[in-house]
Design a protein around this ligand. Structure first.
Ligand code: C2R
Length: 218
């Protein structure tokens, strides 16, 4: 028996798949995770390094779509759900099966524990939509990347959901020059920052650098 809270999400996804909305009104990236306890890794915050949310929203100008009938102004958007292969298999199935028809072009799927099946099951069901798996912990890596021949998944290292988001944007950028430009700008800013840090370290010397930078972070 599927509880109402899950069934209503499944119904919403299936209805949305029938809507045939124009691409600029649907989420470009779908983010799913096995539990809301994965959110700090998948989104960033709570003492974790920046995650997929930060990469998409803060670095690349995406907005999160929370209402299918009321798309955000931003051209590039993403949606976020919790769905588990183990706990809510019907929801995972409906999510992956409807993703392409709902306008999603690439999925980022994160899960933790030793039996992190959500990313690879999502990849199999959503095929040929590309799925980027995020092992939430080190012990999840093997179960995320261990797919048999013919059943592909792309994956990042444990916890690296930020890079998963950049990879998702790279896939989208093949069709959207605007996004390509944003990716290039992001990379230039990254290089500028490394250059500035390197010059400061060299010119301030190690003790001076520690005083200037480490105190700033405290
Ligand atoms: P809870 O904190 O909810 O107990 O979850 C989640 O991704 C999470 O990291 C603990 C961990 O269980 C993982 N989980 C999976 C799947 N569903 C939940 N690996 C799945 O379907 O793969």
């Amino acid at each position: 028996m599927t509880p109402d809270s899950v069934q209503s999400l499944i119904d919403q996804l299936r209805e949305e798949a029938e809507m045939d909305r124009p691409n600029d009104l649907t989420p470009d990236v779908g983010i799913v995770m096995g539990s809301d306890s994965d959110l700090a890794t998948m989104a960033g915050g709570k003492g974790k390094r920046p995650g997929a949310y930060a990469a998409l929203a803060d670095e690349l100008g995406f907005e999160e779509q929370t209402d299918y009938a009321d798309a955000p102004d931003a051209r590039f958007t993403f949606e976020t759900f919790v769905c588990s292969a183990h706990r809510t298999p019907e929801l995972m199935y409906a999510y992956a099966e409807t993703a392409a028809d709902r306008g999603v072009d690439v999925i980022i799927a994160g899960a933790g524990g030793k039996s992190a099946d959500l990313p690879n099951m999502t990849a199999s069901i959503a095929y040929p939509l590309p799925v980027i798996g995020v092992p939430v912990q080190e012990k999840s890596v093997d179960s995320v990347i261990g797919m048999p021949q013919g059943a592909p998944i792309t994956a990042v290292d444990a916890g690296k959901s930020f890079n998963a988001a950049l990879s998702a944007a790279q896939i989208l950028a093949r069709q959207h020059d605007e996004l390509r430009d944003r990716l290039v700008s992001y990379h230039e800013a990254l290089q500028t920052e490394v250059g500035e840090v390197s010059r400061d370290l060299h010119e301030l010397g190690t003790p001076g650098f520690k005083d200037a930078y480490w105190e700033r972070e405290e």
